[in-house]
Design a protein around this ligand. Structure first.
Ligand code: 5SP
Ligand code: FE2
Length: 221
């Protein structure tokens, strides 16, 4: 049903290589990288050098870059050249959707837009056919370890139905607040990629085992 995408936001950066290799050994094919600028969101994380490092450590993985930055179009080329495979930009942070999507595609990367929890799915109606993925942020952007906001399950279902109605193959990524108790339910609403940060990285259970077990929960066959 869905793929698990561990988010490095919650990893121990002094052990980045070890933890990424463990996630890969557990079967993770997609690695989620949260880029935050301290303007679009109240937090600052990391940028291009970390994307390069993740790609170097896991050259076979799909590097899924979630840009939580103002005017993301300015930085698309740098992230693409650093090794991003999927680039998501926020519709709330960019005026020119078409130019940004075209630039991502010009680099041969998968184009995605991200929606904050309060942004309705109708916002993407006119551009969805140009996108490979829509990221639904299910917590307020900026921090890991938050609680899934109410109503997000309905939002996923609504977008999944709209994609089906239009005969598209757009992926839906769910990001934020994914926990043991809601991961299967979120997958059943129509998510195709499920991001998990604190659930994967801040726990005593070994990362490899955790990724394997969670992946089985959302992809039982
Ligand atoms: O984009 C974000 C937060 O803004 C996420 O990707 C977080 O990394 C998810 O963290 P958890 O809620 O899974 O701990
Ligand atoms: Fe994210």
């Amino acid at each position: 049903m869905a793929k698990l995408a561990p988010s490095i936001l919650s990893c121990d950066f002094s052990r980045l290589r070890e933890q990424l290799l463990a996630a890969q050994a557990g079967g993770a094919e997609v690695i989620h990288v949260d880029v935050m600028d301290g303007h679009f969101v109240p937090n600052i994380t990391f940028g291009v050098p970390i994307v390069k490092a993740v790609k170097k450590i896991l050259p076979q993985a799909t590097i899924d870059v979630h840009l939580m930055i103002e005017t993301p179009r300015r930085y698309i080329s740098e992230f693409a050249e650093a090794g991003a495979d999927i680039i998501s930009f926020h519709v709330e942070a960019e005026r020119d959707f078409d130019a940004t999507i075209n630039l991502i595609k010009k680099h041969g990367k998968k184009a995605a837009v991200a929606l904050c929890p309060g942004t309705p799915v109708e916002f993407v109606s006119e551009i969805i056919s140009k996108l490979e993925m829509v990221l639904l942020l299910t917590v307020n952007p900026g921090f890991g370890g938050q609680t899934l906001l109410p109503g997000m399950d309905e939002k996923i279902l609504k977008l999944r139905r709209e994609i089906a109605r239009r005969g598209l193959r757009t992926e839906i990524e769910i990001d934020g607040g994914v926990k043991e108790e809601n991961i299967e339910y979120l997958a059943s609403r129509g998510a195709s990629i499920i991001v998990a940060g604190s659930l994967v990285f801040s726990d005593e259970e070994a990362i490899e085992e955790k990724v394997r077990r969670l992946s089985l929960k959302i992809k039982p066959y």
